[in-house]
Write a protein that binds this ligand. Structure first.
Ligand code: 6R9
Length: 672
């Protein structure tokens, strides 16, 4: 790889990659990009030709309104066409492409002793069986199904089964607490919940069914629970070698509601006609943190999501038939939905489904798996890279990583140090690193390099994908030309963008379209450099990004103030070597309450229980008072500076009581 001498180091695509790449150079990228903006109808129609349509599109390919001042926001692609996404990502390969025997998934369990292979034909059989089971449990087109499963094949079967019968899946990451699960079930009004008895995450055994039962109990307390049936997978890897179920796990059971997966799947037929859906019918809901604290149910629809995840996967990872692709995300997040399930399957790719964690049973697990399956395309998060960097080169040197051709990152800005390490140590200098910027809301990559076409700059997500028109706005909503920094927005939709917030169109419009009429606002700050490259500078709202997971400060504050000793709480982010950002919390106690170690532990536990382990605060500082404006607004900017030990606080004149700051500074935590 050639490195230019300019101030921004550029990394040029390796020659051998360009030979058979889909987009082999920057001119081809520019020509296609131009076409995608100038003639989106023709561009997306051509992409759609790859897929099966029960009824082709006859009207316009895209219709939208992005301007709140002109009426309600809507986005439609291929409306009126009929298709089924499950048919396209599974049946099509078996029936039309003769790929039935091709491996769809290598499943690799938490323990290296547990693994299995699933071909496209086997996938089709299991998905159909599961679809018939769901029907038998009363699920109909349009109904919601909540899924709370670890990274096991049944998770993929269930989501595709929903898509097959036209049910809307709502997957909840199986690390979320019962409280979070309950909130998401109530919002989605799901009629069926699919879960497992338990799972090992590293050394730790988690009793999922118990968490589910607590969640359902809470649902009943808060509203009448919508869940009629709970389908429970017996996680076979939990069985001991002798075949007996692990005695460590007690699975609570309610025979009126609960059904064992194995029992109903056994007799379920392997044939199931797909439900032919309108292009704009809902496909899934996925909850993402919102700045008011309550999660937003991001809604994606059938055809646009299929076209977009399929095309981004093909181009961004320069997918070829003999690739072995691995994305280390969990399907509970959007990255797993788009780039473990739908995108790769739409291309008929061979994919790895990994249940474990990077450091179990040893810190070389990722590298071991890459060697074992000869992975060619590898996609992970900066937080994982930073974690593995800590162990140095040695764990990698034990394994053969020469199969790797392209590396990808997602989830948060990648610091140049981690980028270099990923490129030099993991990719041995041979593999382009595609830094893909996108969101749950965007459905797929929106700013990203194409590995054979885009020269790279470490830390930049580079240039827009086809159909995407980014722009940078200042505080007054003026579009900035050339080199600039401000709010990252988009001027028009692409097929994969969300359609609404489930059952809350108003929140959809307020969150993404109100601030700057005519634009979708991402919530991220961004700089465009002299070469037109985009650099994400981080969230500009009250959101935090811990290990690639987005959460809102308001959500954590709300939990902290639930504790009887806490009067007020303010949460800010502080940079963290591995997690990117971590939670630094200031709590003001009620009179007569004492700030003790026990209290700190109680508060951490509360957050873990209410939100989940990913939200566990790293620091909780006693704040006799919080810095506030005269109108009573907490000045988070100042708290952020205290947490980061930035002494130059600038203008404090709006503070009601400047002395507060000194006190907080004197008690701050030093680096961990
Ligand atoms: C896919 C995903 C979205 C937020 C997004 C931004 C941050 C994601 C990034 C990135 C810089 C990248 N983000 N990818 N920041 N560079 N390559 O992560 O979706 O969980 O909804 O988070 O993550 O802040 O707005 P989601």
């Amino acid at each position: 790889m050639v490195v230019s001498d300019s101030q921004d180091k550029m990394y040029y695509p390796p020659e051998d990659l360009r030979k058979d790449a889909h987009v082999p150079d920057s001119n081809s990228y520019l020509a296609l990009y131009k076409k995608s903006l100038e003639n989106p109808e023709a561009f997306w129609k051509e992409v759609a030709e790859e897929f099966f349509w029960k009824k082709p599109v006859t009207g316009p390919v895209q219709q939208y309104n992005f301007d709140v001042t002109k009426g309600s926001i809507y986005i439609k692609f291929m409306e009126g066409a009929k298709t089924n996404i499950c048919y396209n990502v599974v049946d099509r390969h078996v029936r039309e492409k003769n790929l039935g025997e091709k491996v769809a998934f290598y499943w690799e369990g938490n323990s290296p002793d547990h693994y299995m292979t699933i071909t496209y034909s086997q996938l089709l059989g299991q998905v159909c069986r599961c679809a018939n089971v769901l029907k038998q449990l009363g699920v109909k087109k349009g109904d919601r199904v909540s899924i709370y499963l670890p990274m096991i094949p049944e998770l993929v079967y269930t989501m595709l089964a929903c898509a097959r019968i036209g049910a809307v899946h709502s997957i909840v990451f199986a690390g979320f607490s019962s409280e979070s699960l309950c909130e998401r079930i109530i919002d989605a009004q799901s009629s069926v919940l699919v879960t497992a008895d338990g799972v090992y995450r590293g050394e730790k055994l988690i009793n999922l069914k118990q968490i589910v039962d607590e969640a359902l109990e809470k649902c009943k307390e808060k509203a009448s629970s919508s869940i009629n049936r709970c389908l429970v997978v017996k996680h076979h890897a939990l069985k001991t070698k002798s075949g007996a179920a692990s005695n460590k796990l007690q699975t609570p059971w309610d025979s009126e509601c609960d059904v064992w997966w194995d029992e109903v799947m056994r007799d379920s037929p392997e044939e199931c006609e797909p439900e032919w859906m309108d292009a704009e019918d809902p496909l899934f809901i996925l909850y993402t943190s919102g700045s008011t604290g309550k999660p937003k149910g991001v809604l994606h629809t059938v055809a646009g999501y299929l076209l977009y995840t399929s095309l981004t996967f093909k181009y961004v990872f320069d997918y070829h038939h003999d690739d072995v692709y691995w994305c280390t995300a969990d399907i509970g997040w959007i990255t797993g939905h788009s780039y473990i399930a739908y995108g790769p399957l739409a291309n008929g790719a061979t994919n790895i489904l990994f249940e474990g964690v990077p450091v179990h049973p040893h810190v070389g697990r990722f590298w071991e798996i890459i060697e074992k399956y000869k992975v060619t395309k590898f996609y992970t998060a900066p937080t994982a890279i930073r974690l593995l960097m800590k162990y140095g080169r040695e764990p990698l040197q034990k394994y053969n990583l020469s199969s790797l051709r392209i590396l990808g990152t997602v989830g948060e800005p990648i610091n140049p140090e981690a980028w270099q390490w990923y490129h030099e140590v993991v990719g041995q200098g041979r593999c382009p690193v595609v830094d893909t910027f996108w969101q749950t809301e965007t459905g797929g990559h929106v700013l990203t390099p194409l590995p054979a076409a885009t020269p790279l700059k470490p830390g930049s997500a580079t240039l827009p994908f086809f159909g995407v028109e980014p722009t940078i706005l200042n505080e007054h909503g003026e579009e900035l030309e050339g080199e600039a920094e401000g709010y990252l927005c988009f001027r028009r939709p692409w097929p994969g963008i969300m359609r609404t917030v489930y059952r809350n169109q108003e929140r959809f419009e307020n969150t993404y379209f109100k601030k700057f009429p005519g634009f979708y606002i991402t919530g991220d700050g961004c700089r465009r450099d002299k070469d037109g490259y985009y650099w994400i500078t981080g969230r500009i709202d009250d959101m935090l990004n811990v290990s690639g997971h987005l959460m809102s400060t308001a959500e954590v504050e709300a939990v902290l103030t639930e504790h009887p000793a806490v009067a007020e709480a303010a949460v800010v982010s502080r940079p963290h070597k591995v997690k990117g950002e971590c939670l630094y919390c200031f709590v003001t106690l009620k009179d007569s309450r004492e700030f003790t170690h026990t209290l700190v532990e109680e508060l951490k536990k509360l957050v873990r229980e209410k939100i989940g382990p990913i939200a566990t605060p790293d620091f909780i500082q006693n704040a006799p008072a919080l810095p506030k404006t005269r109108s009573g607004k907490i000045m988070r900017r100042i708290l952020r500076q205290i947490a980061r030990n930035e002494k130059d606080l600038g203008d404090l004149s709006t503070l009601a009581d400047p002395k507060v700051v000194e006190v907080l500074f004197s008690q701050r935590f030093e680096a961990a």
